[in-house]
Structures are given as C-alpha cells and as structure tokens.
Unconditional design. Sequence first.
Length: 173
Amino acid sequence: MTRVGTIEFRALTEADVPMLHDWLLRPHVRQWWGPAESVEELREDYLTGGSTHAFIAHLAGEPIGFIQSYVVLGSGDGWWEDETDPGARGIDQFLAHAGQLNRGLGRAMVREFVEQLFADPVVTVVQTDPSPHNARAIRCYTAAGFAAVGEVVTPDGPALLMRCHRPPASALR
Ligand SMILES: CC(C)(COP(=O)(O)OP(=O)(O)OC[C@H]1O[C@@H](n2cnc3c(N)ncnc32)[C@H](O)[C@@H]1OP(=O)(O)O)[C@@H](O)C(=O)NCCC(=O)NCCS
C-alpha cells in the first residue's frame, strides 16, 4: 500500500476541461466510464451549474483524478426514481493515471471525499454505483466504507448500488 498524504479537492474549472477530456480517453478510464464526451459537452455538463459538483483530486499538488457528487433525489432522466431522502448524495470517480491503480489511492480519495460530504449535517448517506463487473472498484469502495445494497438497473445499464451511511457523531473529526 502506498503511503498517501492529504488529498485535496479543487472545484473543476474551465482550465481543467481539456485535461479531463484527455483523461476520459485513457483506456483504463474508458473501460468503465464509457465513451468520452467532447470538450464542448464536458463544458456543458460540468460548468453550467446544477446539483452536481465536480472536482479534480490533487495529491501533493499534482492532479490524480476526478470525483463528483450529486444530490440523488430529483436526479431526473430516469435516475434514482425511488429515492425519497433529500440527504442522500451520490459520487462518481476515477483515477487519472494507470500507473497509480491498485495502490490504495482510490480508497484514500473516496474516504476523504465522503468525510468532507458528511461535514455537511444534512447529508445522511452517500451512494456509488459501479458496474457489477468492476471488481476493482467494488473492492475499493468496500475498503472505503461502502456496503453493497444490490444490483439495480440505471439509464446507463446494470449497476451495483453501494451505500455508506453517516457514521456516529463521535466518529467524525
Ligand atoms: C476504481 C478506482 C477509483 C479504484 O481506485 P484504486 O486505487 O485502483 O483502488 P484501491 O487500490 O483502493 O483498491 C483496489 C482493490 O481491488 C483489487 N483488485 C484489482 N483488480 C481486481 C480484480 N480484477 N478483481 C478483484 N479485485 C481486484 C486490488 O487488489 C485492491 O484490493 P486490496 O488492496 O484490498 O487487496 C480506480 O481503479 C479507477 O479509477 N479505475 C478506472 C476507472 C473506474 O473504474 N472508475 C470507477 C467507476 S465506478
């Protein structure tokens, strides 16, 4: 396991979009994230507001990955139509550099981001939804504190819904 320092999340800006586009074309990302959108589509998706907040994760000042959070309730377009909890958040993420996979960095990034989400007292639970075939992601999220709820069918296809509930107050920093 790699020893990791503090992971910092900086809100995605216009200047990050070409880098994000380059990352999305990388085979290890495309395999699980689907076809890369154009730079224009990325701008439209990530820079025009809404309830999704996108970040570039940095380790020791270097960009290492992408992570986003969204409000689950009212996602629209057929997503999460059974959700009733306004405190539920969802996350999606990937590491940018193939050489950094399987070294514990993903779980460190997810843990840190989830902890920051729970710093908001209205957040009750965080979910993520890897492909049921993405064994590496499922193992990473399990190590980061998520438990499988079950398989669901999303507008993007089958997914394993995983949830991490707010820890007791005494466990939060
Ligand atoms: C998913 C991702 C964020 C996980 O981050 P990571 O740093 O690689 O993951 P970690 O090192 O924390 O954990 C990976 C675990 O999976 C295990 N693993 C790797 N490949 C595996 C496989 N094919 N089957 C089962 N386990 C596997 C690793 O051994 C490690 O387990 P362990 O250290 O507990 O033994 C990262 O791999 C990634 O970005 N992948 C490409 C894009 C992607 O899949 N994004 C997620 C979409 S939901």
